[in-house]
Design a protein around this ligand. Structure first.
Ligand code: NAG
Length: 250
């Protein structure tokens, strides 16, 4: 039985990751080694490795100059957290799902786009820079990516064709990372009063949980591993419970 691993960087929570927690306060056994064959990442500019750059405007200099030597599709001069995770796992940097050239999806794909939100905002990117690829759309894209991979893999006529594709059986062993939410807050500051924004946060968190649980159910996995964001808040406890599918924490 495989594990799906989820790292949720809920940027609306602000405090970060690495509280591995169990449902009934059980002590967690030591983590198994991180031998993930692929990464699937969802999010915004914190982890976009070139999607908006490919789909709209190339990221301008000086982004990328001090590490990559030129703009590298990231809204950052250096590497992003998702780049460091890939390096640590010995995997190549993630290609953006939306990029049409020079991509390699053998070890996963990046669905993140700069300006993404959890809640679909129905705004043009040309107004306030919000991406049309909100989290719900990213999960649909991932579903389509997975379905098409499976079809193409089974139609592939030779090993060379197969080697360009992810292994269908590796989806359930991949690491799934999420880094999204800050643009929901930024939009809230623009559109709402403070009390209205506070009142909207449970819905944002709920939508986040729905996107992840839908994806887990769609993958029909029996077990999941969580590295969970630490937060002193009932709402996040609720989210943690919703995210909990079954099984052990890795
Ligand atoms: C965007 O449009 C969808 C579909 O019409 C709607 O369900 C949703 O509430 C809208 N989002 C916002 C933030 O207005």
């Amino acid at each position: 039985m495989y594990n799906i691993a989820i790292v949720a960087f809920v940027t609306i929570v602000l405090l970060l990751v690495s509280l591995a927690s169990s449902t009934q306060g059980r002590r967690i056994s030591p983590a198994p080694p991180c031998d993930f064959p692929a990464i699937y990442n969802f999010g915004d500019s914190n982890s976009d490795t070139g999607a908006i750059s490919a789909a709209f405007w190339p990221t301008p200099s000086p982004y990328g100059t001090s590490y990559f030597g030129k703009p590298a599709g990231r809204n950052s001069d250096g590497r992003l957290i998702v780049d460091f995770i890939a390096e640590h796992l010995g995997l190549p940097y993630l290609s953006p799902y939306l990029d049409s050239i020079g991509t390699n999806f053998r070890h996963g794909a990046n669905l993140a786009t700069a300006g993404s939100t959890i809640i679909r905002q129905n705004e043009s990117i040309f107004e306030n820079g919000l991406s049309p690829f909100s989290l719900d759309i990213q999960t649909v894209q991932h579903y389509q990516f997975k379905t098409r991979t499976s079809e193409l893999y089974h139609q592939a006529r030779n090993p060379m064709e197969k080697n360009k594709l992810p292994r269908p059986q590796e989806f359930s062993r991949a690491l799934y990372t999420f880094d999204i939410g800050q643009n929901d807050l930024a939009t809230g500051f623009r559109k709402f009063s403070m009390p209205q924004l506070r009142a909207a946060i449970p819905d944002i968190v709920n939508q986040f949980a729905v996107a992840i649980t839908d994806m887990l159910w769609a993958s029909q996995e029996q077990r999941s591993c969580l590295v969970w964001a630490k937060a002193n808040d009932q709402r996040h406890e609720r989210l943690r419970r919703r995210l909990w599918v079954a099984g052990d924490v890795c």
